[in-house]
Design a protein around this ligand. Structure first.
Ligand code: ADP
Length: 269
């Protein structure tokens, strides 16, 4: 690939003067591409050995109570850590696919009502009665997008709320109008996040509290995945939070991403 990649910056001075600066970013671009490919290849290659490991551990796991206690405990630990590694590798692979692919190929009108309820029921299982989780649908238009990607973004936001909001809190999954567009929102009334962290929150592996986050089973990639999914859907993420006052994550979609499927059906009939 012999293409040259240039970045231009044009500054206007008054009516007839311009300053044009060109920067050769070919090398930077190539390095970035190599980084992406490397991460994608490594995560892909790690999947098979991890699947084999997990398979054996699953089989032996049933025998844990027949082993001496120390060995049994070790086996339980190995299972848990292998699962953690699998989650990490899957998230890394998903993230590099989101970066590499152009997206938009499997976009379809999504029934948001069903999607929100599906994620709600997964979250209820994860929360195990520690929080109440509700769904509010105030927007009737469908979102044009990839079901798999939007579901993964919504799941990441919702599971984060379950993991970080704390016990006895309330979590709401909401699909509502926002200007001419619409907003997919996950709000909790939990511990919240100090504003100093907000600008860096969607970076890979950025965590507010390292120790606690690792214990909750996250991979540190959740919000980076959300950000990339939204980029591919012409949407942006807005985070609103105050310590002790909960956190709200809003995904804002423009009107072009919405489809009034009910009106279309009525028109056809
Ligand atoms: P992970 O959850 O795997 O650590 P994420 O990228 O999903 O990685 O989240 C980054 C960090 O943002 C988390 O470690 C956590 O500190 C913070 N966070 C995310 N959602 C919430 C929330 N609803 N309430 C409080 N903190 C949150």
């Amino acid at each position: 690939d012999e293409r040259l990649i240039l970045q231009f910056q044009i500054t206007l001075y008054g009516d007839d003067e311009r300053l044009v600066m060109a920067r050769d970013i070919t090398r930077l671009h190539r390095l970035e591409q190599m980084r992406r490919d490397f991460v994608a290849n490594v995560s892909h290659e790690l999947r098979t050995p991890l699947t084999v490991l997990a398979g054996y551990l699953e089989t032996y796991g049933d025998m844990a109570d027949q082993l001496p206690p120390r060995l049994g405990r070790g086996l339980v630990q190995m299972k848990a850590q292998t699962e953690r590694m699998q989650n990490l590798v899957n998230d890394l692979l998903l993230l590099s696919r989101l970066e590499i692919d152009q997206g938009g190929r499997d976009d379809a009108p999504l029934a948001m009502d069903e999607l929100l309820h599906a994620v709600q029921s997964d979250a209820v299982a994860l929360s195990d009665g520690r929080q109440s989780i509700t769904v509010e649908v105030e927007e009737s238009r469908a979102l044009l997008g990839s079901e798999q990607e939007i579901r993964s973004a919504l799941s990441n936001l919702t599971f984060n709320a379950v993991r970080y909001a704390g016990e006895g809190r309330h979590i709401v999954l909401r699909w509502r109008p926002h200007g001419a567009g619409a907003c997919l929102e996950v709000a909790d009334d939990g511990e919240g996040i100090d504003p100093v962290h907000l600008p860096r929150l969607t970076e890979r592996f950025y965590r507010v509290d390292k120790g606690r986050s690792t214990a909750t089973g996250g991979t540190g990639l959740g919000l980076a995945i959300v950000k990339h999914v939204l980029l591919r859907h012409d949407a942006r993420l807005e985070i609103d939070s105050l310590p002790g006052r909960g956190a709200t994550f809003r995904c804002l979609f423009p009107a072009e991403r919405l489809r009034d499927t009910a009106a279309e059906r009525a028109q056809r009939a």
